[in-house]
Write a protein that binds this ligand. Structure first.
Ligand code: SAH
Length: 236
């Protein structure tokens, strides 16, 4: 009896907790996300409706560290720890559009980072395989992806230069760190007719984003824009 009345006394306290604020905050982020798509992505010429929808849907703020969360939808890359960055939203949309993903595609990503790009790919493709060389980043990305229910993403810790031969061939490959040259193992693991988007160039210098299609065993290569990515590190 005494315990019940104590609880009753506590009840008014609950009304002081701003429960609505939790939902409110999610709505605010959704608004920011819509604005991001309108002002940064649509405005710069991304037209693929599926890519635009996914950019409006995936909660980018939940992939970045708490201290930069309020900047998650701004027009620049953000630090995610260990000297690494999550790409600017427009670059994510541009590279995603370049892969022309279909719902059953097997996709390989090199450079998991926060896991955000992997989530975007997972919304559009079938199965996503992503490789991260910095273990704590890969583990954190795994946790975020699990929490958000992305069951069609597999994360591996290792050197992405070598690709993931056991899971090859891939319909599409996206590289989000810059090697000096296109890694031969990745070319080998690309299916006939498959596409790759990859920044190529020296660390610290301006690099070229290269779009590749494999046709009859040959590569059709196009340089599509200048970019600046973190370098591709090499493991054992
Ligand atoms: N796609 C990420 C951003 C990647 S930043 C996102 O959406 O957040 C580039 C990432 O590539 C970094 O996390 C870096 O640690 C990783 N990286 C660098 N060299 C690598 C390699 N050889 N293999 C796998 N990952 C690598």
């Amino acid at each position: 009896m005494r315990r019940i009345s104590a609880l009753l006394l506590l009840l008014p306290l609950f009304s002081f907790i701003p429960w609505h604020a939790f939902g409110q905050q999610q709505d605010d982020f959704a608004l920011l996300r819509n604005r991001m798509v309108r002002e940064q992505i649509l405005a710069r010429g991304i037209k693929d409706q599926r890519v635009l929808d996914v950019m409006r849907k995936v909660p980018r703020h939940l992939f970045v560290p708490q201290n930069v969360r309020t900047y998650a939808y701004n027009d620049y890359p953000l630090p995610i720890g260990y000297g690494q960055t999550i790409s600017q939203p427009y670059i994510v949309a541009f590279m995603t559009e370049a892969l022309h993903l279909k719902p059953n595609d097997r996709v390989l990503e090199i450079g998991t980072g926060s896991g955000y790009q992997a989530a975007v790919l997972a919304e559009l493709g079938g199965e996503v395989y992503t490789i991260e060389i910095i273990e704590p980043l890969g583990k954190r990305a795994r946790r975020t992806l699990d929490r958000l229910g992305y069951r069609n993403v597999q994360v591996k810790i290792g050197d992405g230069y070598k690709g993931w031969p056991e899971k090859a061939p891939f319909d599409a490959i996206m590289v989000t760190c810059a090697p000096e040259k296109v890694p031969e193992p990745l070319v080998d693991q690309l299916r006939e007719g498959g596409r790759m988007i990859i920044p190529v160039g020296r660390a610290g210098a301006v690099q070229k984003l290269v779009s590749i299609v494999k046709k009859k065993g040959k590569l059709e290569t196009k340089e599509v824009m200048y970019v600046r990515f973190v370098p591709m590190l090499r493991g054992d």
